[in-house]
Design a protein around this ligand. Structure first.
Ligand SMILES: *Cc1c(COP(=O)(O)O)cnc(C)c1O
Length: 510
């Protein structure tokens, strides 16, 4: 096969006259001019443009939307312009008009800019290991880093993991494992036969809606998610769960999973994991803990006790692309026995892979897949993600990550303290982790939800502080979530000043 390819490339290159050696009009370019990969050369200007971006002294992308969208909105090019010009265009039109998410003042949603080492490790993987399989150092790090996460985040020590693109897929895999397990216990292999009868998933209103989507994708249906009552903090009430289970035990539905939050997305609240886990064991129902955002909170010794009961989990997810500072595209699902994932998601042999690996006679990195991650999830081609997690942990260690998590939690606490002490501010929900939901209050406005909505938009448009919002028990709140590696103490005071200033102005101008 390689013989035919080489011949074709030679033919192609022969047809081209290169007047500009950096113009890569054809695959032959890379064949003939190996130096054109010249990453070291091109990374420097790209790095400078990105460093410049991260200083955030440029305007927001909306300020000159017409300019960059006109510049970029070109018809399909017949001829290429070459690497240098593409890079130039990226530096001029693209990078300066990117997202505000990496801005240190951005505390919106639960997302953040990648750390430098995270971005560099992603690049290294994309070049040196385009896939996660094979007997390579990357495949090795995939497993090692999953084990490190188990240890770092105090998960049940026998757990084994699999990376995927985000919490959405990570939850899908966990609920898929739960579905497989639940129906196997009545003798049905769902992966082969489909669902024999309805199943249900127990979760709170505060559960992430990717749980509902997972239920839909897995053929259980969104309506299979039964809402269990929660307290005013949004934490599941174990009594309500017990009542529902005893009611349902008299019906035909098959319980699939109980889903607990280790860090509710809007508020950071943590469900009583031990009580819920014990009920799950009593009823022999799969216990899933969604720690996409909050699980790294366990590194903070003050908060760690709230995770008591994690040891009872059958599956756990965590998003390294949230609190750990990985570039977006990295989540992990952990289960006790990956065979269940294999039974639920195994791809099965296809003709073109058949016989291409020989696990018994390994003399070359391509003789084996290594650990067959593609049979534990829903992706075949996938980037190596372990290298990124490995690099993040290797860079600052468990202690560095602990300090970062503690700092973020302390920032939310500090914000709450300042808000408690200020007449025009109200803490609507005291922080559990690194989120604090608060609002501006005044007697001069009857509709405080509307006022805070306006304050929030104005604050964001001013561009210094970029929090998002959350409805907490019917109250519209401003909701900073501190998780960015670059977020610092100064952002707490800046946000409060912005909210007070804008709130005062709106009150004065009404
Ligand atoms: C963010 C989040 C998700 C979804 O994760 P993505 O990586 O955005 O797909 C799921 N569950 C919880 C609790 C989350 O905070």
């Amino acid at each position: 096969m390689s013989c035919i390819d080489t011949n074709r490339v030679k033919l192609n290159t022969a047809r081209f006259q290169f007047d500009n050696l950096s113009v890569s009009q054809d695959i032959g370019m890379y064949e003939e001019l190996a130096e054109c990969s010249n990453l070291a050369l091109f990374l420097k200007p790209l790095g400078e443009d990105l460093d410049q971006y991260l200083r955030f002294d440029h305007s927001d992308a909306t300020q000159n939307l017409g300019n960059w969208s006109d510049a970029l909105n070109q018809t399909l090019p017949d001829q290429g312009i070459g690497i240098e010009k593409v890079l130039e265009e990226m530096g001029r039109e693209l990078i300066p008009n990117g997202s505000q998410i990496p801005n240190p003042g951005c505390s919106a949603f639960i997302t953040t800019g990648a750390t430098t080492i995270g971005a560099l490790a992603t690049l290294a993987g994309s070049i040196a290991s385009p896939q996660r399989f094979g007997i390579t150092a990357f495949n090795f790090l995939e497993e090692l880093s999953l084990q490190w996460l188990v240890e770092l985040l105090d998960m049940p020590i026998d757990m084994k993991g699999i990376y995927s693109s985000g919490g959405s897929v990570a939850n899908l895999l966990a609920i898929g494992a739960a579905r497989q397990s639940a129906f196997e216990s009545i003798g049905v292999d769902t992966a082969a036969e489909g669902i024999p009868k309805p199943g249900c998933i127990y979760a709170t209103e505060a559960s992430h809606h990717t749980i509902h989507r997972a239920a839909a994708v897995l053929g259980l249906g969104r309506n299979s998610v039964v809402t269990i009552a929660a307290d005013e903090m949004g934490r599941m009430c174990p009594m309500a769960l017990r009542d529902q289970l005893s009611l349902d035990s008299k019906t035909e539905t098959t319980p699939i999973a109980i889903v607990a939050n280790a860090g509710v997305t809007s508020t950071g609240a943590i469900d009583p994991l031990r009580e819920i886990g014990e009920i799950a064991k009593e009823y022999s129902i799969w216990f899933h803990v969604d720690g996409a955002y909050g699980l790294p909170g366990i590194l903070d010794p003050e908060i760690a006790p709230l995770f008591d009961g994690l040891v009872l989990a059958d599956s756990v997810i965590v998003d390294p692309h949230k609190w750990l500072g990985a570039p977006v595209g990295i989540s992990a699902t952990f289960v006790r026995d990956r065979n269940i994932l294999n039974r639920a998601f195994k791809q099965g042999a296809s003709d073109y892979l058949e016989g291409s690996f020989d696990d018994h006679n390994i003399e070359h990195s391509m003789d084996s897949q290594g650990i067959p991650y593609s049979d534990f999830g829903v992706e075949l081609s996938a980037p190596p993600r372990g290298v990124v997690v490995w690099a993040l942990i290797r860079e600052i260690g468990k202690e560095g990550l602990r300090r970062r998590v503690c700092r973020h939690n302390a920032m939310a606490q500090l914000l709450a303290e300042r808000a408690y002490a200020h007449d025009s501010l109200e803490v609507v929900q005291a922080p559990t982790l690194s989120i604090c939901c608060f609002r501006y209050i005044t007697d001069e406005f009857s509709d405080l939800n509307e006022l805070n909505r306006k304050i929030h938009r104005k604050v964001v448009q001013r561009g210094k502080s970029i929090p998002s919002t959350a409805m907490v028990n019917g109250i519209f709140t401003i909701r900073p979530c501190f998780i960015g590696a670059r977020a610092s103490w100064q952002q707490v005071d800046e946000l409060l000043e912005e909210v007070i200033e804008v709130g005062d102005q709106l009150v004065a101008s009404q």
